[in-house]
Design a protein around this ligand. Sequence first.
Ligand SMILES: O=C(O)[C@H](O)COP(=O)(O)O
Length: 346
Amino acid sequence: MAAEVYRHAIGTFQSHSYANNVNHKQRLRNNFVRLVNNDSVSNNVLSSRGARYSSCSNRRSVIRSSASQTSVADPVSLSPSRTPTTDTNKKSNEAALILIRHGESLWNEKNLFTGCVDVPLSKKGIDEAIEAGKRISSIPVDVIFTSALIRAQMTAMLAMTQHRRKKVPIIIHNESEQARQWSQVFSEDTKKQSIPVIASWQLNERMYGELQGLNKQETADRYGKEQVHEWRRSYDTPPPNGESLEMCAERAVAYFRDQIEPQLLSGKNVMIAAHGNSLRSIIMYLDKLTSQEVISLELSTGIPMLYIFKEGRFIRRGSPIGPQEAGVYAYTKRLALYRQKLDEMF
Ligand SMILES: O=C(O)[C@H](O)COP(=O)(O)O
């Protein structure tokens, strides 16, 4: 089974340009050896990149001091400082972090630059989201963050239809006092069976400026392949009147640090459904990639990626493979226990 875990870890990352990187493959091999030798997240499998976030605890105050964020949390018990997760019966501060790029959109299908244009999933994207949900169906999720764009929200919702815990994802409406009041839930039991979904523009796709709506191939034919590649993948060159990855990172990573890390610190298991470039910038932060390394980071639509957050570190665990893949749950003892609990319940 151990060999199977490794094979899947490598296989899944082939959709990820890391897989073309020899060092990364070597790291995966090393990780695998560590996984086999000791099934504990305390071994930092990303020793060269494992990030230390000593300032995280300082940032916890940000979420507590934000009145709007606290009230967002209230309808379904999101406050990290008051409500420990019940799903996984946590004793340590380990938490799962699932990242998922939305499934294929109707404009991905047509090969159009999309950016902040709010386009829904294609039929293939719907299938990808459901498939992604199967892959993470036995990983605990206590809170979901999505962008404000429908393709990310559809992906999160469709994925959660497959979750074995069968909790209901509920979009939190906090845009006005009335919206907050009118979406209150008055049953504690029902709240417990719900997962809050927080939608934020900061997780939106990078704004693609005057490329939005243009065909990617036609744009490359017109401006040259190199120029278009620079617009699409460089760290600091923005497309005409759009955001560079660096600009996108400024708001997406700040949001991650201020609003999402405190949830992880409090032991909540988090899923983020977002976009190619907002997630690239977050992964750059989690894995401490350089502005050169991030150029070759490509994310496929609808493939979930799993990190474990423990003792201030983000430990990449590869991508969950499928609902029946035992290896996924061997990543940590806690995930294995959670799965066992689900097996007993359902
Ligand atoms: O906005 C888009 O067009 C895509 O979601 C991401 O496009 P990219 O792969 O060109 O960055």
